[in-house]
Design a protein around this ligand. Structure first.
Ligand code: SF4
Ligand code: SF4
Length: 189
C-alpha cells in the first residue's frame, strides 16, 4: 500500500477547501509573487506559501501572516500561467488557520473579519460607526481615540452614519441562513 506523507495530508486538506483546489498545479514560476503589491509585508511570499504547503509545513503555513495581508487585488489570479486562483487560495488558508487556531497574532485582519461577521449576522447590516468602534476596542482601544478627528470629519461630510440600517426580520433570518450555510460548507466565522 502506498505510504501517505504529512505533506499529502495537508495538500489534500487545502485542495478540499473551497478556493484551494488548484494547489497541485503550481509550477513555482513566481509570477504571483512578482505581481503581488503586498508581498513585501508578507513573511512568506504567495509562491513560497504554496511550496511550503506542498512540503507539509502545516504549522508554518497556517501561522503565516501572508494570507492576512492579501488585498484581494486578483493580480496573481489573472496572471497565473496555470490558472490557479491564488486569491481564493489565500482565503482558503485563512479559513484553515482560523479553524486550526493558528491564525497569526501579527495582524488585525482576523479581528476585522470577526467584527464584520458578528455585526452582519446579528443586525443584517454593517453600521460603519459601531463596526469600527468595536474593531478598535478588540484590537487597539487607544487607536479608537486617535481616529475621532477622522470620524468627525466623515460625519460632517455625510460619509459616516451612526444610525444602523436594519434589514426586515425576514431579510435578517434569510441572511443568517446564508451565513450558516457558508459556515457549514467550510467557511470560518
Ligand atoms: S503564478 Fe501560479 S504557477 Fe506560478 S508560482 Fe504562482 S501559483 Fe504557482
Ligand atoms: S490577490 Fe492577494 S496574493 Fe494575489 S497579488 Fe493581490 S494581494 Fe497578492
Amino acid at each position: 500500500m502506498e505510504k501517505r506523507t504529512r505533506a499529502d495530508t495537508f495538500v489534500e486538506e487545502i485542495s478540499a477547501s473551497p478556493g484551494g483546489e488548484g494547489i497541485c498545479l503550481c509550477i513555482q514560476c513566481g509570477t504571483c509573487t512578482a505581481s503581488c503589491p503586498n508581498a513585501d509585508r508578507m513573511d512568506h511570499t504567495p509562491s513560497q506559501l504554496i511550496a511550503m504547503a506542498r512540503a507539509g509545513m502545516k504549522e508554518e503555513v497556517l501561522s503565516s501572516n501572508a494570507m492576512w495581508h492579501c488585498l484581494s487585488c486578483y493580480l496573481c489570479t489573472v496572471r497565473c500561467p496555470r490558472g490557479i486562483k491564488q486569491t481564493d487560495l489565500m482565503h482558503a488558508l485563512e479559513c484553515l488557520a482560523i479553524r486550526e487556531g493558528l491564525s497569526s497574532g501579527r495582524t488585525r485582519t482576523p479581528a476585522m473579519y470577526r467584527s464584520f461577521n458578528d455585526f452582519v449576522y446579528s443586525l443584517g447590516s454593517l453600521p460603519e460607526f459601531g463596526f469600527m468602534t468595536w474593531f478598535y476596542m478588540l484590537t487597539n482601544p487607544l487607536r479608537a481615540f486617535r481616529m475621532i478627528p477622522v470620524a468627525l470629519s466623515l460625519l460632517r461630510h455625510g460619509r459616516l452614519s451612526i444610525k444602523a440600517r436594519r434589514l426586515t426580520p425576514e431579510g435578517t433570518s434569510q441572511l443568517k441562513a446564508i451565513l450558516d450555510k457558508a459556515e457549514s460548507l467550510g467557511g470560518a466565522s
